[in-house]
Design a protein around this ligand. Structure first.
Ligand SMILES: N[C@@H](CCC(=O)N[C@@H](CS)C(=O)NCC(=O)O)C(=O)O
Length: 249
């Protein structure tokens, strides 16, 4: 019998949920070790991932420990998707899925992350940096919009791990760009419909339910803000105060 894969994560960020949603879709047993974001760059987590970024997994079935979501997802697919529920067996489709996963981990995740950093978390507002990353979000969405024209999924006729890999960052666009949730895909109707197809699946609902529960345990609201902070202006004041307090240490 398959033993549960341990997923080490801070629940706030989008990256760990890329892995969990793939496990959920495949019905692979897993258990979550949730820890606060402030501990991501310290032991014991850095013993698993010296790069200090979440998630990392430990698979007791193979004795393998892995970090970096792209590598983790490819591993899960290779070991646990032998029936090709979220993948294909043909060389062409397999290569295309890997291509889109590579685009997600290099072109979507880091750029959306930097947009979030400069729009929300960085205590100084730097218009040129904000402009650069906001433009890049729209550019990446434009690429996906073109690829999805006349198609339900990125590769072939079925949902794959490549589609799911984009879902968690795309879902955050409103909190990254500070726009209304209903406006986050404005100008990108194919991407909007594709995203809605993914978030209407049971796996998405399970992941987001777990995320809310884990966030709640850490005193965080599901939008990532600490409890007691009700809007972005209050959050910005807190981020600035925390940055000044850290600078004084
Ligand atoms: N390329 C990494 C990115 C992982 C990542 O950045 N995770 C965030 C949480 S969602 C993190 O741990 N950030 C820590 C930091 O920024 O120091 C992956 O795909 O696994």
């Amino acid at each position: 019998m398959t033993k549960p894969i341990k997923v080490h994560m801070c629940p706030a960020g989008p990256n760990p949920w890329k892995v969990v949603i793939v496990l959920e879709e495949l019905g692979v047993p897993y258990e979550v070790n949730s820890f606060p974001f402030q501990e991501v760059k310290s032991k014991p987590f850095t013993d698993l991932n010296p790069n200090g970024r979440a998630p990392a997994i430990e698979d007791p079935n193979t004795g393998i420990t892995l970090w970096e979501t792209g590598a983790i997802i490819q591993y899960i697919i290779e070991v646990y998707d032998t029936n090709h529920v979220l993948s294909y067996s043909n060389l062409k489709e397999r290569s295309l899925c890997n291509q889109y996963l590579a685009f997600q981990i290099s072109g979507q995740g880091p750029y959306f992350g930097q947009a979030g950093w400069f729009n929300v978390l960085h205590p100084e507002k730097l218009p040129s940096a904000i402009e650069r990353y906001n433009t890049e979000i729209k550019r990446v969405l434009g690429v996906l919009e073109t690829v999805l024209d006349g198609k339900k999924w990125l590769v072939g006729d079925n949902i794959t791990f490549a589609d799911l890999a984009f879902s968690t960052w795309n879902d955050r666009i409103d909190s990254v760009l500070l726009c209304a949730p209903e406006a986050k895909f404005d100008g990108f109707p194919n991407v909007k419909e594709w995203h809605e197809r993914m978030i209407s699946r049971p796996s998405w609902k399970v992941c987001m339910g777990k995320r809310s529960q884990l966030m709640d345990e850490q005193g965080l609201l599901s939008n990532g803000m600490p409890k007691g902070i009700s809007n972005i202006a209050e959050y910005e004041v807190k981020i600035k105060a925390d940055a000044e307090a850290t600078a004084r240490i």
